[in-house]
Design a protein around this ligand. Structure first.
Ligand code: ADP
Ligand code: MG
Length: 729
């Protein structure tokens, strides 16, 4: 393996940045060219078809066969004109990645005439050979197959792979009995519920609001490693993270990478990525270095949640494809390099109306601020009441290294709102019963006439909070970089929808009793502020004091995935999802099962790779070096330098100790795995993998191997070192 390491280093030293030529100097000239978007639809569809499609997109109305055929035919014509030969239903199974099954447009008619075909039925529904996608047992019990169904709210797009192009149709993936087998189906339901609930609440303030859309802008963090280097590290290739390796002497201490200049090779890669993203209508805007060396971030302008999520999933695919060309490997893992900063996928979220108003944006008008406070406080209350579900929605083996680990946000869900809003909520809470007389300025009496329109400047930002209000949106920062946004977005939108429904009921009750509307609203908000304020935290979320304080407040701090996932199937969760009509109990259990299986598989793979690398690569190298030292001792003795052998012998002994510990730990870990693999119950098995494999063995095994890295001759060390991988040129 050492040969591979040096070959990689040699190769990398000769790498040159690739030239990148944008299709045009103006992005507007090629933005979205590879999507069948609204512009294309307007051009290619008759007005009645367009109307039905718009109604389907905006109001969720059903699409009939005639409309489906017309849309399919237009899509086909468009795709073929762009050089596409195949089409596929594109979906997001519970594995967290994306899936496709390609079919050719080309068909032979019954009489043998060759033709290109894409009927409405093929657009609307497909049966992928889905038996290999995880279903948590749902399909086995009912029907072996599932089907994919067109989601007209997300535009179809073209994927280029080499010279061939494929039309991709975003779809949901469900079983024959209608259970969701993917991430998108429940998300769409949650978005519909939050639309309905928020629209109703908006009626208190503005009768013109007929629709509320949830918005999402997600910042994607990632690491880049040279392809040859990644390929020379089996742990990076198979588990996405370095299971061994010492922190480089120069790490992120100096923070010089953050916002520093981007190496040219990376710049070209990001430029190329931007072009490909633009063609697909993904509006990337920012790019900069992140905290750790070789860590970067791309963020698009926010969009409607479902589209934004599709765009993020698609972007991740595109990032990997473009990286190939630039000889990079993208690491989406939450913690690819121990002791360096991890990667997240910050979910910036808000609600916005058909009248163009951001409901989480404070205003200069007092009346609008009552509306702002309504949505703001209801969101906090929802997060307070269901923080365990939010925690569960971001739980994964990878994110466990980030949340609750040393230098990262804790697994405690708290919210940061800034000093000004804290003061405002405080005042509202303690305002007591407000009496409003005729002719009074009700907003002044309520104390909400003085909310400044711009709430936060950059100094008032807290980057250690998992759920932070950032002036006109909330930022859910605890989401892991490799995850699909649908899970956290389904939870957040569902709990906010439910909360808004409850709020509406409570306010209406008071209005019925002749309480003035504005006063009723404030009365209910006041109750919410006081019952949910213990999730508010303005201090350093990474500190030990917060962990203690949170414990005092009774906030949950569940550090490991198998236990965090319990909340998914709690009585409270089952009731919530049933009431909101998002998922049935069996769907929840199936999902829970898939998550646990996923967790077990991840740790199983990591454990196997660790034992393999330790026993078959590190130990033999250490023995080789040890033999070299033994020869050295013999030689010294031969020429009469007996005294000088002392130090070498000490090293030989130390190496022996590490070798025998590595052998012992690998052996015991393998035995433990055998025992645990026989456990039937998924939760019990996942907990055992966490506590009896990961916790008991990983760190210790790694420690001995990493020690050897410091002792053994660099010339024969088999694994690329962090310092070699992390400083890209
Ligand atoms: P930072 O790194 O400081 O958190 P960025 O500018 O990198 O900020 O990212 C902010 C993200 O929030 C962007 O994707 C942006 O489009 C998104 N965003 C801004 N306004 C909204 C909104 N109303 N709803 C959802 N996302 C939003
Ligand atoms: Mg951010």
């Amino acid at each position: 393996m050492a040969t591979q390491r040096f070959k990689a280093l040699e190769l990398v030293s000769q790498r040159k940045p690739h030239d990148v030529t944008p299709p045009s100097s103006k992005v507007s000239e090629y933005f979205g060219v590879n999507t069948f978007d609204t512009r294309m639809m307007k051009q290619m569809l008759s007005s009645d078809v367009l109307d039905s499609l718009t109604n389907a997109i905006e109001k969720g109305e059903k699409i009939n066969e005639y409309v489906a055929d017309a849309v399919a035919s237009a899509m086909k014509t468009w795709a073929i004109s762009k050089g596409a030969t195949h089409y596929t239903h594109w979906f997001q199974p519970l594995t967290g990645s994306t899936a496709e099954k390609h079919d050719a447009f080309f068909e032979l008619a019954a009489d043998g005439t060759p033709m290109e075909k894409f009927k409405g039925s093929a657009l609307v529904r497909q049966e992928p050979d889905a038996s290999s996608f995880p279903s948590g047992g749902l399909r086995q019990t009912f029907e072996a197959r599932g089907y994919t169904a067109w989601d007209p709210t997300s535009p179809a797009f073209l994927i280029e792979s080499g010279k061939s192009k494929t039309l991709c149709v975003p779809t949901i993936f469900v079983s024959y009995t209608g259970e969701a087998l993917d991430n998108k189906a429940p998300l769409l339901k949650a978005l519909e519920r939050v639309d309905r609930a928020a629209t109703e609440v908006c009626q208190y303030f503005d009768k013109n609001v007929t629709k509320v859309i949830a918005t999402l802008g997600c910042e994607q963090e990632f690491f880049l490693v040279d392809k040859a280097m990644a390929q020379a590290r089996p742990d990076l290739m198979l588990s996405g993270r370095a299971l061994f390796g010492r922190k480089p002497p120069k790490g992120q201490q100096l923070d010089d990478h953050y916002f520093g200049s981007i190496p040219l090779r990376v710049q070209r890669y990001l430029q190329d990525l931007e072009i490909e993203a633009y063609k697909l209508g993904i509006p990337i805007t920012t790019r900069h270095n992140e905290v750790a060396p070789s860590q970067f971030e791309v963020a698009p302008v926010f969009e409607e949640v479902n589209v934004a999520n599709d765009h993020n999933a698609l972007l991740m695919d595109v990032m990997e494809k473009v990286a190939q060309f630039h000889n990079f490997t993208v690491l989406f893992h939450e913690k690819p390099f121990a002791e360096l900063n991890g990667s997240g996928k910050h979910n910036n979220w808000s609600l916005s109306t058909n009248t163009g108003k951001n409901l989480l944006s404070p205003s200069t008008k007092a009346k609008e601020n009552l509306q702002f406070l309504t949505f703001f406080v209801n969101t906090l209350k929802a997060v307070h009441d269901y923080s365990d579900l939010l925690r569960a929605s971001i739980a994964s083996a990878g994110n466990d290294h980030r949340l609750g680990a040393n230098e990262a946000p804790p697994a405690i869900i708290s919210a940061f709102i800034g000093s000004q809003l804290t003061a405002i909520l405080n005042e509202l809470e303690h305002n007591g019963d407000v009496k409003v007389d005729k002719g009074d300025n009700v907003y002044m009496k309520l104390g909400i006439d003085k909310i400044p329109p711009i709430l936060l400047d950059n100094t008032d930002r807290n980057r250690t909070s998992p759920f932070a209000f950032t002036g006109n949106k909330f930022e859910f920062r605890a989401v892991g970089s490799s995850s699909n946004n649908a899970a956290p977005m389904t939870v957040l939108n569902t709990i906010v929808a439910r909360q808004l429904e409850e709020f509406k009921i409570a306010v209406d009750k008071q209005i019925e009793k002749d309480v003035k509307k504005e006063v009723a609203i404030i009365n209910v908000l006041r109750e919410y502020i006081s019952s949910s304020k213990n999730i508010l935290f303005e201090g350093n979320g990474y500190s030990e004091e917060w962990v203690k304080e949170a414990k005092k407040r009774g906030l949950p701090n569940v550090k490991s995935t198998p236990k965090a996932l319990d909340a998914m199937v709690s009585k409270k969760a089952v009731t919530l999802y049933k009431k909101m009509d998002i998922m049935t109990e069996s769907e929840l259990h199936a999902r829970h099962e898939v998550m646990l299986e996923n967790y077990v598989l991840t740790l199983q793979i990591e454990s196997r790779i660790m034992a393999d690398i330790a026993k078959n690569h590190i130990v033999p190298t250490a023995i080789m070096y040890q033999n070299h030292l033994i020869q050295n001792v013999k030689g010294l003795k031969e020429i009469g330098l007996d005294d000088e052998t002392q130090e070498v012998v000490t090293t030989i002994r130390a190496i022996s100790k590490h070798i025998s510990e590595i052998k012992r730990l690998s052996h015991e870990m393998t035995q433990e795995r055998k025992r645990i693999n026989a456990i039937e119950d998924s939760r019990e098995k996942a907990v055992a993998y966490d506590e009896d494999i990961k916790t008991k063995f990983f760190d210790e095994l790694r420690w001995h191997c990493d020690k050897l890295e410091t002792m053994v001759d660099d010339e024969i060390w088999p694994m690329l070192k962090f310092r070699e991988m992390l400083f890209l040129r």
